[in-house]
Design a protein around this ligand. Structure first.
Ligand code: IDP
Ligand code: MG
Length: 193
């Protein structure tokens, strides 16, 4: 069940000095840091990380925005110029690429049993407003689709975390060369086996 998953500390968490606090949560739960680098992201990497061709991702972002607007009784056409989830998704993707290339990020690979699901659980819902207390996004942010879209910027939710195992494999390969990923034992591995 050992998996690797990619976590990106997005510019907002780096700028807020939350790297240590958040990293310690991952370490405490037993996840092992097997790669890490501070970096400026170029457009080529950002384009591959947020692929315009991944329909489920683009429509998912657009769909979540529409749902949020419906909840709040807001007309999406007035707010973002479209009611089409694909069009809205592509717009958000542009904001994401601009955001992630504008300031330093920390890219980390975490390893452990069920790492992908475990990290997503700890990170919480995409919208910090809807993330449960106790999750990283729920504890350190209040951002919403509404605030983000009015500001024409991505939701500031501190972290990117791979969504599923196939996404994790693609993303770990994209961000790290195999010689940047290390292997070692944590002392509790013996106890938890
Ligand atoms: P995830 O980060 O929880 O996996 P995704 O649907 O993959 O969520 O979206 C990627 C990122 O796009 C989110 O983390 C967030 O920063 C941004 N985002 C998603 N939906 C919206 C939106 O409605 N408005 C602005 N930004 C959004
Ligand atoms: Mg995602």
């Amino acid at each position: 069940m050992k998996e690797q998953t990619l976590v990106i500390f997005k510019p907002d968490s780096v700028a807020r000095g939350l790297v240590g606090t958040i990293t310690s949560r991952f370490e405490k739960v037993g996840l092992k840091i097997v790669a890490a680098k501070m970096m400026m992201v170029n457009r080529e990497l950002a384009d591959k990380h947020y692929p315009a061709s991944r329909e489920a991702f683009i429509n998912g972002m657009g769909g979540k925005t529409l749902e949020n607007y419906q909840d709040m009784g807001i007309d999406p056409v007035k707010e973002v110029g479209s009611a089409d989830p694909h069009e809205i998704g592509l717009k958000i993707r542009e904001w994401l690429v601009d955001m992630i290339t504008a300031a330093p990020v920390l890219a980390v690979v975490l390893e452990g049993p069920h790492a992908v699901e475990l990290v997503r659980k700890m990170v919480g819902h995409t919208l910090p407003l809807k993330s449960a207390p106790g999750t990283i996004r729920g504890d350190y942010s209040f951002d919403s689709s509404y605030l983000a879209n009015v500001g024409k910027r991505p939701i500031k939710n501190l972290l990117h975390a791979s969504g599923q195992l196939d996404e994790a494999k693609y993303e770990v390969d994209l961000w790290f060369n195999s010689d940047e990923i290390v292997s070692y034992e944590r002392v509790e591995e013996d106890i938890m086996r």
